[in-house]
Ligand binder design. Structure first.
Ligand SMILES: Cc1cc2nc3c(=O)[nH]c(=O)nc-3n(C[C@H](O)[C@H](O)[C@H](O)COP(=O)(O)O)c2cc1C
Length: 308
């Protein structure tokens, strides 16, 4: 079984990838998206989003980290893909699922699911720009408003040369509302021959088993569930127990004190609060801690509270 840590912009950053993959239970991580409009990014931009590029493009546990690109212009996507792989990214992932209005207005992310032909051209161009030995993967939702074009999109992605396809089993219009339609992943999987990874609403071991059974997929991708239960991959893979609360506090402190450039520390108070909001789903203690720190603005004060 393959377990992949989902890309989550503004949430699953370098530090989070490092902490969540420390036990070695993930097979792969995907970075937050690099948004490509009409420019070729300098290496520093890729390194900012994927600092792992300076360490063999893997987290310390050895989990490979693949750069994700989001954009609509095949040419610019291809050129940026070439740079990212030249810097060491072990492949490229393409984002065809982002629901954000600003991104969709500029024809990036999920809106492209209305145009299988454009998906084909993007994947094809990136495939040609990336060395043959490295995978080009794609991640899609079921569609924009409806799943009507899901099979066409999957077929376009496959015939353009993608090596795997992750399907987040909701349309853009459905946002993150449950349920995820795992049975439609099964329709897609039967329609193509490339490996399909199932994603959406896997919060527990039982969900993982149900998702695999219904979708027919061996590989799964964990997003919010991995934030709510930071050892979810081990719970699924090795039947581990849920990480107890004291261990979780240590993890929060590690996140708060993770070495980062100074300018990247400013957003940490809100990121810690955001993580606590996810943790509330699994840990009642997280709500109590959140109430204690919600008015605090300084990282030092928050870290001190986490240590108590
Ligand atoms: C805050 C947030 C940020 C996300 N950022 C990305 C992203 O950068 N790239 C991407 O392909 N998907 C992104 N996603 C979608 C997730 O990768 C995943 O497909 C989705 O959350 C469904 O999986 P889940 O139900 O396990 O969370 C994001 C989701 C959330 C909630």
């Amino acid at each position: 079984m393959k377990i992949i840590l989902a890309p989550m912009e503004g949430v699953v950053d370098y530090a989070m990838r490092e902490l969540l993959t420390a036990s070695g239970d993930y097979d792969l991580c995907v970075t937050e998206f690099v948004r490509v409009v009409d420019q070729l990014y300098r290496p520093a931009h890729f390194r900012k989003i994927c600092p792992e590029l300076d360490h063999g493009a893997a987290t310390r546990s050895g989990t490979p980290v693949r750069v994700q690109l989001l954009g609509q212009h095949p040419g610019w996507m291809a050129e940026n893909a070439a740079v990212a792989t030249h810097l060491g990214s072990p492949g490229i992932d393409l984002n065809f699922g982002c629901p954000a209005k600003t991104v969709n207005r500029h024809k990036g992310g999920a809106v492209l699911l209305r145009e299988p032909e454009t998906l084909y051209r993007i994947v094809r161009a990136v495939r040609e720009a990336v060395p043959d030995r490295l995978p080009v993967s794609a991640k899609m939702r079921l569609g924009y408003e409806t799943p009507d074009l899901a099979l066409d999109c999957a077929h376009a992605i496959e015939s353009a040369g993608a090596s795997t396809l992750t399907v987040h089993a909701r349309t853009k219009a459905e946002g993150y509302r449950p349920p995820a339609h795992w049975h439609i992943i099964d329709d897609i999987r039967r329609h193509v021959s490339l490996p399909v990874i199932a994603n959406g609403d896997i919060w527990s071991r039982e969900d993982a088993e149900n998702c695999q059974r219904i979708s027919g997929c061996k590989g799964i991708m964990l997003g919010r569930g991995a934030l709510c239960l930071p050892n979810l991959a081990a719970v699924i893979r090795r039947q581990d127990r849920a990480l107890p609360w004291p261990g979780l506090c240590d993890l929060l402190v590690s996140y708060a004190t993770f070495p980062r450039p100074d300018k990247a520390r400013g957003y940490l108070p809100s990121r810690i609060k955001q993580w606590l909001r996810y943790l509330m789903r699994q840990y009642p203690e997280a709500r109590i801690l959140f109430e204690k720190i919600k008015q605090l603005r300084q990282l030092d004060e928050i870290t001190a509270m986490l240590k108590l």
